[in-house]
Ligand binder design. Structure first.
Ligand SMILES: NC(=O)c1ccc[n+]([C@@H]2O[C@H](COP(=O)([O-])OP(=O)(O)OC[C@H]3O[C@@H](n4cnc5c(N)ncnc54)[C@H](OP(=O)(O)O)[C@@H]3O)[C@@H](O)[C@H]2O)c1
Length: 344
């Protein structure tokens, strides 16, 4: 456990901006991501979760596929029992993985057990495809049983999500990695609409149509990879990828404020009106990020300048979820407004 938490390091969580969900619940607009990829162990991430809570973080973005929920669960127990933060002050998200779309309750109960919780604040369908791949495989790996989006199947999964909320195992349900056409179908057919959509969002990938759509439909946007995922594995990099943190607009703002460009990206996110869930296991980083979201705001000119640097640069392309016959990762994202089916 890292030490030397002096009072100067602790941020009053009440100062962290929140997003109000359709239920009226308030979700902290800054959360800590917990996907260490193949770089950080579960123990390191759990230690960061506990320390970050002591410093003022209240929102943690988890998932069973990150394979560290048992370690994070032990950390959360310490957060409640030793640090003395009550459960209702925390916002814990988890996600059902693609191989559990037909057994959502079982998957949710496993996450609850691992995380040592009675309920989740938010449970997401991690990807809208049941396509499974082994952890850590290269981008060319394919699940031979992979299928395109099949709305009937998604609704079967969503029904199970709704039941979790009705049973009180989760307070809110939501989506992740969705598109406007898929969300339209879900909103048409859902009994309980999604409270949140988790999506890739950073200055070079602002997804403004999808962003507008979710806000207009009372779905709170949560942005993943908010710093442009600078440390993502090689398998998630392509030669055309741009680097948010090197953008002269971001660097100039960082220089004015004396903060790291990565942190500027998170300040933009929170001011822009979505929640950001940056990952870090380094106290200097997650503390700087937390301090930055409660300090001097970006100016309207700076916000406008960042709006102007969108490069439509999707980093998490999802190639491993492609189905036999699909040609490009773009097939996953319905770029022409139509959901790709197996024949296309
Ligand atoms: N729903 C989904 O499908 C989905 C997909 C992807 C991610 N996520 C969630 O989003 C979270 C964050 O995404 P991400 O890890 O891809 O990207 P990210 O948060 O944009 O980038 C994280 C990296 O940025 C660096 N960093 C963090 N804080 C910093 C600071 N204050 N100053 C300078 N550098 C800093 C760290 O690099 P070093 O470690 O090299 O120092 C860290 O590993 C994940 O952990 C996960 O919870 C969800």
């Amino acid at each position: 456990m890292q030490t030397n938490r002096d009072e100067g390091n602790v941020v009053d969580p009440a100062l962290v901006p929140t997003l109000t969900l359709s239920s009226g619940a308030k979700m902290p607009a800054l959360g800590l991501g917990t996907f260490g990829s193949d770089r950080y162990s579960g123990a390191q991430i759990a230690e960061a979760v506990e320390d970050a809570a002591a410093l003022g973080y209240r929102h943690f973005d988890c998932a069973s596929v990150y394979r560290n929920e048992p370690e994070i669960g032990a950390a959360l127990r310490n957060v409640v029992e030793q640090i003395g933060i009550s459960r209702d002050q925390l916002w814990i998200t988890s996600k059902v993985w693609n191989d559990c779309h037909d057994k959502v309750e079982e998957a949710c109960r496993k996450s609850l057990k691992d995380l040592q919780l009675d309920y989740l604040d938010l449970y997401l369908v991690h990807w809208p495809f049941p396509n499974y791949h082994a952890p850590g495989v290269g981008v060319d790996a394919r699940d031979p049983h992979a299928v395109p989006y099949i709305h009937e199947h998604y609704m079967r999964t969503w029904k199970q999500m709704e039941q979790l909320q009705q049973k009180g195992l989760v307070r809110h349900i939501g989506t992740s990695n969705m598109t406007v056409p898929k969300l339209r179908l879900l909103l048409r057919d859902a009994e309980i609409p999604p409270a949140v959509n988790e999506m890739e969002l950073h200055p070079h990938f602002q997804q403004s149509s999808l962003f507008r759509f979710v806000v207009e439909h009372n779905i709170a946007p949560v942005g993943y990879s908010p710093m442009g995922s600078p440390s993502r594995p090689e398998r998630d990099r392509t030669p055309d990828d741009t680097v948010d943190m090197d953008d002269p607009v971001i660097v100039a703002i960082a220089n004015r404020l004396g903060i790291h460009p990565a942190v500027v990206c998170v300040k933009w996110a929170v001011q822009h009106g979505h929640a950001a869930i940056p990952f870090s296991v380094k106290r200097s980083q997650y503390l700087a990020t937390l301090q930055a979201v409660v300090s001097e705001e970006l100016t309207a000119e700076e916000m406008g300048a960042i709006e102007g640097i969108d490069k439509n640069n999707r980093l998490i392309k999802g190639q491993v979820f492609l189905w036999p016959g699909s040609t490009s990762w773009e097939d996953l994202w319905d770029l022409d407004g139509n959901i790709k089916s197996a024949e296309k």
